[in-house]
Design a binder for this molecule. Structure first.
Ligand code: BEZ
Length: 387
């Protein structure tokens, strides 16, 4: 029997609506690709806690959908990034990927996300290319580009009147790009970077490089390290007697989530970052209190970025009532959202990277205490992004 064309169309529309309804009833599959081993393990853990805390605050649902988590330990190992992310994309068929910490791993994830069209929210890794040449409609970041904290710290160092700087970092995207940002601002402010020192990630044999710093006697040292590596570097810098003679500055990862382990060696260090422990807003206070009660530990920048990754996803999902099929509307809502973050409200640049304030922080006890603003509403230049 032949059906009239209009009846066929109506049936097809009903079938689509039924599928879409079934899909919006099913749990949303969230793939967490984070390090749970290695020098960045604690950072991954804090991101996961922050993300889950926001979901719990929403009653365990985003955009009306319950959340089902799938997890992969990326080991901060770039050579395994493609295989690891494909476990989430191809094996688990997740709706959204949240990850990761390490820039080199995140670059592999971004390539796979771009190819597959899976939504990717980066809750830390700053690789400039992710919101530069590798940008894509389905790739968002809740954290920073490496250029941003480097640039902000360069502004602060130049403002202090330092003229001759040395830099030290791991020789991979995060370290090199952060140093580039620092150099740009420091030299614009009248300083000169005399020498860049690097060692391979995640190596912590700092001694030969500290000997070189002692011999060159710069006015200031700028360092990018994070996690376990930052703990060891700050302690070694102090033990080498350098803390007394050559001021050490860094992007705030040098002292974030690390202070208990760094102890006296970190006291008084000045850094710049898009978060500080004592931002006295009701939003930050509520976030910190809830986090401390939930996890029996104080939050750090990584926890805040994980929390905001969930807030960004929530903004998109609420707009489409949980329907991940409405990709254009989902991305448009995420793009235009103003995120009420513990760091302060922020919006996204055209390349999907936070435009945000960078604070000057000083270590006092176990806190990174905000003492001023380094740069207000700093936007990544987004060089090379064509979307
Ligand atoms: C990165 O690899 O992008 C990174 C790692 C730790 C802290 C900040 C950035």
């Amino acid at each position: 029997m032949r059906r009239p064309a209009l009846a066929c169309l109506a049936l097809a529309a009903l079938a689509v609506a039924a599928t879409s309804h079934a899909q919006t009833q099913a749990p949303l599959k969230v793939g967490l690709m984070l390090p749970s081993t290695g020098t960045f393990a604690a950072l991954g853990d804090m991101i996961e806690r922050g993300f889950k805390m926001h979901v719990e605050e929403q009653g365990g649902k985003l955009g009306g959908r319950t959340i089902q988590y799938f997890k992969v330990d990326d080991e901060s190992e770039p050579s395994k990034a493609t295989d690891n992310v494909n476990k989430l994309i191809k094996r688990d068929n997740v709706d959204v990927i949240v990850g990761t910490v390490h820039s080199g791993v995140a670059l592999g994830m971004a390539r796979a996300a771009k190819e597959s069209g899976t939504l990717l929210i980066v809750p830390n890794a700053g690789a400039d290319a992710i919101t530069g040449p590798q940008c894509a409609p389905n790739i968002f970041r809740s954290s920073f580009s490496n250029w941003q904290p480097g640039y902000a710290t360069g502004v602060v160092a130049a403002g202090k009147g330092y003229k001759r700087a040395m830099t030290i970092t791991w020789g991979y995207a995060a370290g090199l790009e952060t140093v580039k940002g620092f150099t740009e601002a420091f030299e614009k402010g009248g300083g000169k970077v005399m020498k860049d020192l690097t060692l391979p990630f995640p190596n912590v044999e700092f001694q030969p490089l500290l000997t070189e710093i002692a011999a060159q006697k710069p006015d200031v040292v700028f360092a990018f390290f994070a996690g376990g590596g930052a703990v060891k570097f700050v302690k070694d810098y102090d033990a080498a007697g350098l803390k007394r003679s050559i001021p050490l500055m860094g992007s705030g990862f040098l002292t974030d989530g690390t202070l208990e382990a760094q102890g006296a060696s970190a006291q008084g260090l000045i850094t710049a970052l898009h978060y500080g422990d004592n931002i006295e807003t009701p939003r930050n206070t509520a976030f910190r209190n809830k986090f401390a009660v939930t996890y029996k530990v104080n939050p750090d920048v990584y926890a805040m970025q994980g929390y905001d990754a969930a807030q960004m996803l929530a903004a998109g999902l609420t707009a489409v009532k949980g329907d991940m099929g409405k990709k254009d509307a989902l991305y448009a809502a995420m793009k235009k959202a103003q995120i009420d973050s513990p760091r302060g409200k922020f919006t996204l640049s055209a390349q999907h990277n936070p435009t945000q304030d960078f604070y000057i922080r000083e270590v006092k006890g176990n806190y990174n205490v905000v003492t001023g603003v380094a740069v207000k509403a700093l936007a990544d230049p987004g060089r090379g992004c064509k979307m």
